[in-house]
Design a protein around this ligand. Structure first.
Ligand SMILES: Nc1ncnc2c1ncn2[C@@H]1O[C@H](COP(=O)(O)OP(=O)(O)O)[C@@H](O)[C@H]1O
Ligand code: SF4
Ligand SMILES: [Mg+2]
Length: 328
């Protein structure tokens, strides 16, 4: 069943820690966001920002010894961050679908795509007969744009191209009509010409099915084409969030401006382009104050001293002293 409440996913003050020999690494720090049914939230930031970690924490897939150390995750109002592994397993697939960068993460090379779809459908919809599940599998393949689906249903993953395989994975993620799909770099491994087809498909299906989508990508171009809202991450924190149109036209955070400048077509829209030099800090060496301050062309003394928190900026929010009393 599709969600009929206002929000599908709610994340409140999520903090993820990895204890190790030297102490505790805080991989995610106080992340709050929500996604409504039929809405696509893009999560963007350079490699290591914490995008995938956010998706994994929501799905209960943190690698040991990683743990949720604070905050909560709700799906259609139900708290899911403290469920047992067994309960979480039921939620994955049934209520949260996953799409990863490499389609072969989700597909077993030894089975036809049809048998994998049928198995998933029957696991989550046990009253469906095998033949009804097969009909549904063919319908799903058709819906995701696989030509001759009644034939292709009996083919093995290696008989599909990369783009077609990712379509099959989207069909698999949709098989149980989940409320939420978490897609982590779903087009990064594909040719540029195929990328737009896949993101277009994801967007259309999300709107038609009323599925909420968390779209993780390092590529601001993918966000611009696909997402409704965007959440920008840096060093394990959310540093800007807002409507895609607003953020692209008028990014509030200097880091967001820098990310956009890396895409020529988008960069042209920004008045003052800032090339971002340097690299994201490691989790054990996050600078005092604003984590972005060593790379920020606008940094002032306050930025090196105090850490900014998210404050409203028109339709969105940004964590930057420029929007909260100045940098001096
Ligand atoms: N198993 C782990 N143990 C400790 N730190 C980890 C682990 N997995 C990822 N990290 C760290 O968490 C941070 C966020 O990683 P990730 O969410 O994968 O980034 P990305 O934004 O590129 O998806 C990185 O600094 C990474 O080094
Ligand atoms: S708080 Fe300061 S250092 Fe951080 S992004 Fe804003 S201006 Fe730059
Ligand atoms: Mg990642």
């Amino acid at each position: 069943m599709l969600d009929t409440t206002e929000t599908c996913l709610e994340v409140h003050n999520l903090t993820v820690e990895f204890p190790n020999r030297h102490g505790i690494l805080t991989a995610l720090n106080d992340i709050s966001l929500e996604i409504r049914p039929g809405e696509i939230l893009g999560m963007v930031g350079e490699s290591g920002a914490g995008k995938s970690m956010t998706g994994l924490a929501i799905q209960g897939l943190l690698e040991h010894p990683g743990r949720i150390a604070g905050g909560e995750v709700r799906l259609a109002g139900r708290r899911i961050d403290a469920l047992s592994d067994q309960e979480m397993e039921k939620i994955r697939g049934r209520e949260i679908g996953a799409i990863f960068q490499d389609p072969l993460t989700s597909l077993n090379p030894l089975f036809t795509v049809g048998s994998q779809l049928v198995e998933t459908i029957r696991q989550h919809m046990p009253d469906k007969s095998r033949s009804a599940a097969r009909e549904r599998a063919i319908g799903l393949l058709k819906e995701v744009g696989i030509p001759a689906p009644a034939e292709r249903v009996d083919h093995y993953p290696h008989q599909f191209s990369g783009g077609m395989r990712q379509r099959v994975v989207i069909a698999l993620a949709l098989a149980a009509e989940p409320r939420l799909i978490i897609a982590d770099e779903p087009t990064t491994a594909l040719d540029v010409s195929i990328q737009a087809q896949i993101t277009g498909l994801l967007r259309r299906l999300c709107k038609e099915h009323g599925t909420a989508v968390m779209l993780v990508t390092h590529d601001m171009g993918v966000i611009a084409e696909t997402a409704d809202r965007v959440a920008v991450m840096y060093a394990g924190r959310l540093i800007e969030i807002g409507l895609v149109d607003t953020v692209l036209k008028n990014p509030a955070h200097p880091y967001t401006k820098g990310l956009m400048a890396s895409i020529p077509a988008l960069g042209a829209r920004v008045e003052h382009l800032h090339q971002i030099d340097g690299a994201m800090p490691r989790l054990n060496a996050i600078p005092q104050g604003c984590a972005f301050n060593p790379r920020c062309p606008m940094a002032g003394p306050r930025c090196r001293r105090d850490r900014p928190t998210l404050v409203p900026t028109g339709t969105g929010a940004a964590a930057c002293w420029l929007h909260d009393g100045g940098t001096e």
